[in-house]
Design a protein around this ligand. Structure first.
Ligand code: PMP
Ligand code: GLN
Length: 383
């Protein structure tokens, strides 16, 4: 995690946000919304602070949030979880990932992910001493091959770390594929950890299928999510994990020495969000869909081939078509060329897969229409 000079390396997101700040370019790099989420959620946090909820919350998380998470799992997915034993509130999905992987992965044990993969996965697997195995997905569909995925799951696999909807590709893993994973996990007695932070940001009426709802999955699956994406509160870092009580207890054992607890006044506010009516969730996805369509149109008009994200915050474009074979190089030059910042997809990959994804750049569309319009106008100058 250190550079060759012995200093901490920065994440690609921090690096590209710094570049946007330094150049005044539009930041479509790091994934965070530029407008606030539901007012009820924001007010609830202010009220919680005013009401004095400013000291350590309980270790597993505030009861009102754990209960709201359990209600949410039942209402959206028909999943029953016990708020007292099967839910753990964490400092974002990031801490949930860290607590789970540190709890379950021993030195030399294998963790399987798709590739590209969210950057924290490889770093946390390394912290746990695990071995990171991957199954590549290909541009532009980014759909994993079921046979390849099945074959990659072996007796050496300790954890299959899924991410649906997927960052950076925006792919939603379908039920048939998830069934293949669950069956292989059962056969090889592997644990499934599933990062579903974009669960409500599914577009075009597509359906998010939580892995834990599939036959045989519940007893070996830890599901991770976060309020940051759904309610546009990425800076609050309220995440959670749900799963069988023994697995949650093991994650708690680690979490208590990572942060102990987190975000006391934000926890009841996220509980308010989780209880909001279906129409609010639909509105959040509809706004995002409009943003996606705007940016997709802008990138296409600029002459860039694009992926068709079914969910999440990001679209991927291929710089090669405009004579930019190296996405990392393009990202460094893009502020000057077009006044826009993106993130190279190679930052989510290693070795051969990084080479295959070399010309691809990820752009965030979780921004207001005026910003996406302006970014599109600027990108048109690339042509
Ligand atoms: N997993 C994925 C796939 C993500 O995209 C993100 C946020 N970008 C996280 C986890 C981290 O979520 P949080 O901010 O809640 O820690
Ligand atoms: N998850 C966000 C992204 O993919 C950024 C989070 C971060 O900066 N670590 O852009």
């Amino acid at each position: 995690l250190l550079t060759d000079d012995g200093v901490p390396g920065t994440t690609i997101f921090a690096e590209m946000s710094a570049l946007a700040n330094a150049t005044g370019a539009i930041n479509l790099g790091q994934g965070f919304p530029d407008t606030d989420g539901p007012r009820e959620v924001l007010l609830a946090a202010q009220e919680a602070i005013a009401a004095g909820l400013n000291q350590y919350p309980p270790g597993r998380g505030t009861a009102v949030l754990r209960e709201a998470i359990a209600r949410h799992q039942r209402r959206w997915y028909g999943l029953e979880v016990d708020p007292d034993t099967e839910v753990l509130v964490t400092a974002g999905a990031t801490e949930a990932l860290a607590a789970v992987l540190l709890a379950f992965v021993d030195e030399g044990e294998e963790v399987l992910t798709l590739e590209p993969a969210y950057d924290a996965y490889g770093a946390i697997i390394a912290l746990a001493g695990g071995v990171h195995r991957t199954v590549p997905v290909d541009w532009p569909a980014f759909r994993p091959d079921a046979d390849r995925l099945r074959d990659a799951i072996t007796d050496r696999t300790r954890v299959i770390l899924l991410n649906t909807p997927h960052n950076p590709t925006g792919a939603v893993l379908d039920e048939a594929l998830l069934r293949v994973v669950v069956e292989a996990a059962e056969r090889h007695d592997a644990l499934i950890v599933t990062d579903e932070v974009y669960e409500h940001l599914v577009l075009d009426g597509a359906r998010h299928v939580p892995v834990a709802t599939l036959p045989g999955a519940r007893d070996r699956t830890i599901t991770i999510s976060s309020g940051g994406k759904t309610f546009s509160t990425t800076g609050w870092k309220i995440g959670w994990l749900t799963g069988p009580a023994e697995l949650v207890s093991s994650a708690l054992a680690v979490k208590q020495f990572l942060t102990y607890v987190n975000g006391a006044p934000f926890q009841p506010a996220i509980a308010v969000g989780l209880d909001l009516p279906d129409a609010v969730f639909a509105g959040i996805a509809a706004d995002l869909q409009a943003g996606r369509d705007l940016l997709l149109g802008g990138l296409e008009a600029a002459g860039l081939p694009v992926s068709s994200p079914a969910a999440g915050y990001f679209v991927i474009a291929d710089g090669a078509a405009l004579g930019f074979p190296d996405g990392a190089d393009l990202c460094r030059r893009l502020p000057e060329l077009a006044g826009v910042v993106g993130v190279p997809v190679s930052a989510f990959c290693r070795g051969e897969q990084a080479e295959r994804m070399r010309s691809l750049v990820r752009f965030a569309y979780c921004k207001s229409p005026a910003v996406l319009q302006e970014a599109s106008t600027r990108l048109a100058t690339l042509r």
